[in-house]
Design a protein around this ligand. Sequence first.
Ligand code: HPA
Length: 272
Amino acid sequence: MEYEKIKQASDFIKSKISVKPTIGLILGSGLSDLANKIEDSIIINYKDIPYFPISTVQGHKGNLIIGKINKTNVICMQGRFHFYEGYDMNEVTFPIRVMKLLGVEQLIVTNASGGVNSSFNEGDIMLITDHINRMPNPLIGKNDERFGVRFPSMNNAYDKDLVKLTISVANQKNINIRQGVYIATTGPSFETNAEYKYFRLIGADAVGMSTVPEVIVANHCGIKVLGLSVISNVFRDNPNQEQSHNEVLSNVEASNKNMIKLIEGIINANNK
Ligand code: HPA
């Protein structure tokens, strides 16, 4: 039974740590450096945790790191699970429910995405203010009331207070951020030109292949979410333009420093 598996995974993690993490972090493509900022860390490989899935993509590691960023206890996923890898939605979102049982109250999710807003540039950091879901909904199936209600609201999917906090931290630290709507596709193929145009028309600013399943499940179980996306490539309506995973990784690399500064600032401000 799913709940029992989640409980066993969380009990295993609890047996290895002595603090309660309150903030969860998911580090997306090319963003795993933030994990180096975690102090007094305990690193647990996904493969050692009962029932935990294991990640397979280049640029994604497979560790849970529990420790402190300044004074805040955090639990960090260095590497996430993607639907396009062949995991089902229960597997993709398994770690979120494990975090819930560990006591996590807020989740900071990061990813790399393609810019569909024509004013965006490669390397921009976009604060996610809302999403459009074009993946299967991870809550399809029997609802477990221990986690949340059958029909959860997604009205505050990206917590409005955390959005405000992020804007003020970015201003304070002189980090330029954009805001926008993230549209989630299954991937793994990148978009056709017609699809990029379509996504722009329906109100998306960036497109990616992750995040939304975790965000839906976090909202379902009452974890507040903050989403940050690094724009790794921008659709410029040019028929000769091609995307590549290497381009994605190298453009994200360039934004790493600001992303780390921003997330550290948010965690510190949050703890006051
Ligand atoms: N499309 C979908 N996912 C992505 C992209 C993109 O252009 N860039 C990074 N992740």
